[in-house]
Write a new protein. Structure first.
Length: 265
């Protein structure tokens, strides 16, 4: 439900972190960064991994809070403080969206603080716009404001050549299009999202893209896509947790059976 890129060049550490993250092994990925937690960039990346785990699994809230406090403590300038504020907004959004605790005001406040701290040219700005869109869509129920934020994030992801974030902006815009009954537009967005995630090997994001695309297709293609999404969902141990309800098989209503009349009447 958020992206910030894949690997950084040929850095072996970043490659290892990406491979673990893309398969839902956030704790292991964060452990690789723990020895560098006193460095602002590593501390923020580690916090982001653990916040993402909360969003996908609804677990690990205390660890994410601890990592986020560390990132906030070691931040040295507005760019780093803005990045930490953006992650705090995402954590508060996740807690609200998943029904753990209503932290909507904290989400808005933290993302607003990030907006004030990050310059318009900041490389973190597209991701921040995306997160503001999530809050507008799912907390404020303001789809038009959400769409504008997603479009800004989409343009920024293209400019920065950030394919993972681009997959998320395609997904969210497609979801809004589907909500408005624009099936062709929704199908295109989910297809692009799926294509990018398959190219990147972003396994944990593939099932949601398949499920979204299934909602745009007629049978039997819709059933095939949902079946593949369920297979991946089970393979990853039920991650992301919020996808389970969408993938639950629809049980048709059973006809009522009349009680037999007493014999002899």
């Amino acid at each position: 439900m958020s992206g910030s890129g894949t690997t950084a060049g040929d850095d072996p550490l970043q490659t290892a972190v990406w491979r673990l993250r893309s398969r839902g092994c956030w704790t292991d990925a964060a452990a690789l960064l723990a020895p560098r937690a006193a460095e602002p960039a590593a501390a923020l990346e580690r916090a982001g991994l653990l916040v993402e785990r909360c969003l996908f699994t609804c677990e690990g809230w205390a660890e994410a809070e601890d990592a986020l406090r560390t990132a906030e403590a070691v931040a040295r300038d507005d760019e780093e403080r803005g990045g930490a504020a953006s992650e705090r907004g995402r954590l508060a959004y996740a807690a609200t969206r998943l029904g753990v605790r209503d932290r909507a005001d904290e989400a808005r406040s933290a993302l607003g603080r990030a907006t004030a701290l990050l310059s318009p040219a900041s490389p973190r700005r597209p991701l921040l716009d995306f997160r503001r869109g999530l809050v507008s869509e799912h907390i404020a129920d303001a789809p038009q404001a959400a769409l504008a934020a997603y479009q800004r994030a989409h343009a920024g992801a293209k400019a920065q050549n950030d394919p993972l974030l681009l997959s998320f902006t395609w997904q969210q815009q497609a979801g809004l299009a589907l909500r408005e009954g624009e099936l062709a537009q929704a199908r295109h967005g989910f297809s692009e999202c799926l294509r990018i995630r398959e190219d990147l090997g972003y396994l944990i994001g593939t099932a949601p893209a398949l499920a979204g695309l299934a909602d745009c297709e007629p049978e039997p293609e819709a059933g095939r896509l949902r079946s593949e999404a369920r297979r991946l969902f089970r393979l990853l141990g039920g991650v992301p947790v919020w996808l389970g309800a969408q993938l639950s098989p629809v049980v048709p209503p059973q006809p009522s059976v009349a009680e037999p009349e007493p014999a002899g009447q």
